[in-house]
Design a protein around this ligand. Structure first.
Ligand SMILES: *Cc1c(COP(=O)(O)O)cnc(C)c1O
Length: 376
């Protein structure tokens, strides 16, 4: 490790600290997989799906990654050409990508300034635009940005009013709750990701779908397993190959044993930032009735680039999630964004995510706080 003025650099996420904590159990469970050799859809995959169903109260099907999870859900919902899907402009591109891959049209709605998430009024505005177009509105995708659940009560009301599917992109929020209900059960269908830096991450790519209706989960399972079923080599539908490796399931089972405690630690870290940074920068909102998964601790500052540079000079990592609304990305410029998404544009210029993981030491965190206070 390079050392700066005698101080170790502070990364966004310290996966090695978590690994040190989980050894030797982690290596033992990987060794068990190497020994039994069922590398694809081995017993650990089924065990993980049952554990995740327990955690969320919804049926769970694992798959290759979070983007596949979103696409499999849209596929299972029968969304395709001529269909419009409303989704927030200020997020990672995966949701829009999944919509376009199904042949449907993403219609970008703006996000709410305080929560950075899609709101019911903004979804309604996008739907009004769709009504005047040749497209047929089919679904809303809510993204729980930074690990905070979106307003599922408000969005479910809009979905019900218009007969739309409500899909949760919970890639950043697994482990969070809203009104005492866990993510995975907040919308009829939910997609999540086990990308290494997510709150529950594996050592590679991985994802899962949650569905309140077990029949929906089975539909996704069929699509993700080459359209086979019942039984092998019985292809009843066009499908795809999207599976979570058994080795990754073993990693996730080991990490699940400390997940609850890690979520509490993440919240402790976030609270220390809240206190230390109050008054210096705009802090993330804590939506009422929700407990967060804190995938990111994201502040706002009008001179975000200068702040990031001074952090870098002090050996402190930071990241911008995300520097451009998705509708302004070259690949999505042709997709409609009826109101021009002014809030998303402003957020893209001011947000800055700070180092946060369950193992961030208070002393390291105080260095982050001091560096920001000195430069904000
Ligand atoms: C990470 C992420 C995804 C995609 O997950 P992958 O597993 O990387 O495909 C989708 N949506 C959001 C909001 C994400 O943060």
């Amino acid at each position: 490790m390079t050392v700066l003025n005698g101080l170790a650099p502070i990364p966004m996420v310290d996966l090695q600290a978590q690994r040190r904590r989980l050894e030797p159990a982690l290596s033992e469970s990987l060794a068990r997989v190497l020994a039994h050799g069922r590398f694809v859809l081995g017993p650990e995959v089924e065990e993980l799906e049952l554990r995740l169903a327990d955690l969320t109260g919804a049926s769970c099907v694992t798959c290759g990654n979070g983007t596949d999870a979103l696409e499999l859900l849209l596929w299972a919902l029968g969304i395709g050409p001529g269909d419009a899907v409303v989704l927030p402009a200020f997020t990672f591109a995966a949701a829009a990508e999944a919509v376009v891959r199904r042949g449907a049209t993403p219609v970008f709605a703006d996000v709410e300034e305080a929560s950075c998430n899609l709101s019911a009024p903004s979804a309604r505005q996008a739907l009004a635009w769709i009504n005047r177009s040749a497209l047929r509105a089919r679904a809303l995708i809510a993204v729980d940005l930074y690990g905070w659940p979106a307003d599922y009560t408000g969005l479910a009301a809009v979905a019900e009013e218009r007969g739309l599917a409500l899909v949760a992109d919970a890639a950043q929020s697994l482990g969070a709750t809203l009104g005492n209900r866990p993510v995975g059960a907040l919308a009829p269908v939910t997609a999540t990701s086990f990308y290494p830096s997510k709150p529950l991450g594996c050592y590679g790519d991985g994802g899962a779908v949650f569905a309140l209706d077990p029949a929906m989960a089975e539909r996704v399972r069929l699509l993700a397993r080459h359209g086979q079923g019942p039984g092998r080599y019985n292809h009843v539908s066009l499908g795809a190959n999207s599976r979570l490796d058994t080795l990754q399931a073993a990693v996730l089972l080991a990490k699940l044993s400390v997940f609850e405690e890690e979520l509490a630690r993440r919240d402790q870290v976030a609270r220390r930032y809240d206190t230390g940074l109050a008054g210096a920068v705009t802090l993330p909102l804590r939506p009422a009735g929700a407990t967060p998964a804190w995938a990111q601790y994201t502040i706002r500052h009008p001179e975000r680039e200068r702040l990031a540079r001074s952090l870098a000079e002090a050996g402190i990592a930071s990241a911008v999630h995300y520097p451009r609304p998705v509708n302004l990305q070259p690949a999505y410029r042709a997709c409609p964004s009826p109101d021009g998404v002014p809030v998303s544009r402003r957020l893209a210029e001011t947000v800055l995510s700070l180092p946060l993981c369950p193992y961030l030491a208070p002393e390291a965190q105080d260095r982050v706080i001091a560096a920001i206070r000195a430069n904000a």
